[in-house]
Design a protein around this ligand. Structure first.
Ligand code: BG6
Length: 513
């Protein structure tokens, strides 16, 4: 008899699990910072893809705002480069022509009234072409410009309170959302002085990733996992965001940001909240966001003293030679830390988080390590050594999927055990392309669905949790250098080993346990 292929799961789509989404209403998407890096890499490819997939309603317009003096054609050719390089669907002449037909451009300084007068005129034109007065302002600029832009929009009556639904005015802001708790609170207060919370969409692009959304479906759509999802069955959890790339020419930005603000304060704390939240009353935006906020409130804050033992920082060798970086820079490009959650479900379970650049391999995942079995049944030393506890890995990227490691008997007369893996890959299971996070998120803002966006209380709490680490590290130099292409600084290994645990290796040659 043929043996099934090892480690393979064939995905069966029972019905269509993808909720049939409605097309959003038409609107004017105004992008501040349209000539910047984010628009080229993410926004233009996402908008092009959703147009190609037929998800934009007739009448939708894209209006770029930026400083350079450009014609619409010049802007289009700039965006074409970004779409060519970064889009999952490459620009096709006819479709690209259609995309360019949606474009308009306002050049000007962002603090200059003339820019907003010109924008108001373009918005009137867009309304005449079918936007029904709906406007989405996307602030793809450095955060220090948010305040000026919002003030000017308000002065020119382009944003007004109470317009969360049609004809809507919504504002999308990019991270970093503040630099610490105090500045985030100030920014939130400023935004709240112009518009309602229901009009603001704080983007965390991790929440647009299919595999991140799947955390909830996996937990709450299968009856077999949720009963195990607690301190009685789980020994510890690792959340990893390892990148092979460095800072990719973003020296000035990164130097004042560092890995904690760039990835941990937002993306990884959001992943933590999805992994640990309680079961929501429904999948509605507020029910999900209430539960996420609730669990974040139970995460134990670090005291300033804890930082020395519960968090480590590293910097890849060569970072100080990057453009825009100080020769004596202490900015961490790697950080690892241990969170504890003081609630009924998670008391005593450590959550280890690590993120870094220029590491051995690109790998974003959540690894749930289950408790070991009592060893009474396994007398042989060899068997005892091989008997590793089960690990469930939610692979966010790359090789999106889920795998479960468990033990099985090695064929033969003796009771020998081996570790085996059962793996599900999205690409094989569902045979359909995975859309980029920004595609989903842009459509959701246009639809008015805030489920995948960060609410004010969660953002504030995330800063509160991270603030002690930033304060201690910024006051006391001591970043540990690590070689590019490795597992990161040795102190990260020491931190986790003190608890008798170890990280899942990034490279084949790493020690592991
Ligand atoms: C961004 C960070 O938010 O996320 C980058 O600013 C990081 O530094 C990126 O590289 C990682 O996102 P992704 O989707 O490539 O994992």
């Amino acid at each position: 008899m043929d043996q099934p292929a090892p480690s393979a799961v064939v995905g069966e789509i029972v019905g269509d699990l993808q909720i049939k989404r409605r097309r959003p209403p038409p609107c004017a998407i105004v992008i501040f910072g349209v000539t910047g890096d984010l628009t080229g890499r993410k926004l233009a490819p996402a908008l092009y893809n959703v147009m190609v997939d037929g998800l934009l309603t007739e009448g939708t317009r894209i209006i770029g705002v930026s400083r350079p003096q450009l014609s619409v054609q010049e802007l289009a050719s700039k965006l074409h480069d970004g779409v060519e390089q970064h889009s999952r669907q490459k620009p096709q002449p006819e479709l690209w022509k259609k995309f360019v037909g949606m474009l308009d451009y306002v050049s000007g300084e962002l603090h200059d009234d003339a820019t907003y007068t010109a924008l108001a005129k373009k918005l009137d034109d867009a309304k005449a072409k079918g936007t029904r007065g709906n406007v989405l302002f996307y602030l793809a600029t450095p955060p220090n410009l948010f305040a000026d832009i919002l003030k000017k929009l308000a002065q020119h009556k382009l944003i007004e309170r109470g317009r969360a639904t049609e004809p809507f005015t919504r504002v999308v802001v990019e991270k970093p959302f503040g630099r610490d708790l105090q500045s985030a609170v100030a920014l939130n207060d400023l935004i709240a002085s112009f518009i309602d919370e229901s009009q603001i969409y704080r983007i965390d692009h991790y929440l647009g990733k299919e595999t991140v959304q799947n955390i909830l479906v996996f937990r709450f759509g299968n009856s077999i996992f949720e009963p195990l999802w607690n301190r009685n069955q789980i020994e510890f959890v690792e959340i990893t965001a390892a990148e092979e790339i460095g800072i990719e020419g973003r020296g000035t930005f990164y130097e004042s940001t560092g890995v904690v603000r760039d990835v941990i304060q937002n993306h990884l704390l959001q992943v933590l909240s999805l992994v640990t939240m309680e079961i929501p009353a429904s999948f509605s935006a507020d029910d999900i966001r209430n539960e996420k906020a609730q669990v974040l409130r139970s995460v134990r804050p670090f005291s300033l003293v804890d930082v020395a033992t519960e968090a480590v920082r590293g910097q890849y060798r060569g970072y100080r030679e990057e453009e825009g970086v100080a020769k004596t820079s202490e900015t961490p490009t790697y950080a690892a830390m241990r969170f504890m959650i003081d609630n009924w479900r998670w008391q005593g379970v450590p959550f280890y988080m690590r993120a870094g650049k220029k590491l051995a391999r690109r790998c974003t995942e959540v690894a749930i390590h289950f408790k070991a079995v009592p060893l009474v049944l396994f007398k042989e030393e060899e068997a005892r050594r091989s008997l590793q506890p089960a690990v469930l890995v939610l692979r966010i990227q790359p090789m999106e999927g889920i795998s479960l490691r468990f033990v099985a008997k090695v064929p033969g007369e003796a009771i020998n055990v081996g570790n085996v893996h059962m793996t599900m890959n999205y690409a094989d299971a569902f045979k359909r392309p995975i859309a980029e996070a920004y595609e989903r998120l842009l459509l959701d803002c246009m639809r008015g669905d805030a489920t995948l966006f960060n609410r004010r209380d969660a953002v504030d709490r995330q800063w509160e949790l991270i603030d002690p680490i930033l304060r201690v590290w910024e006051a006391t130099p001591g970043v540990e250098l690590y070689e590019p292409g490795t597992e990161g600084p040795a102190s990260a290994e020491e931190m986790i080993r003190r608890d008798g645990h170890c990280w899942r290796p990034l490279s084949d040659t790493a020690p592991g346990c």
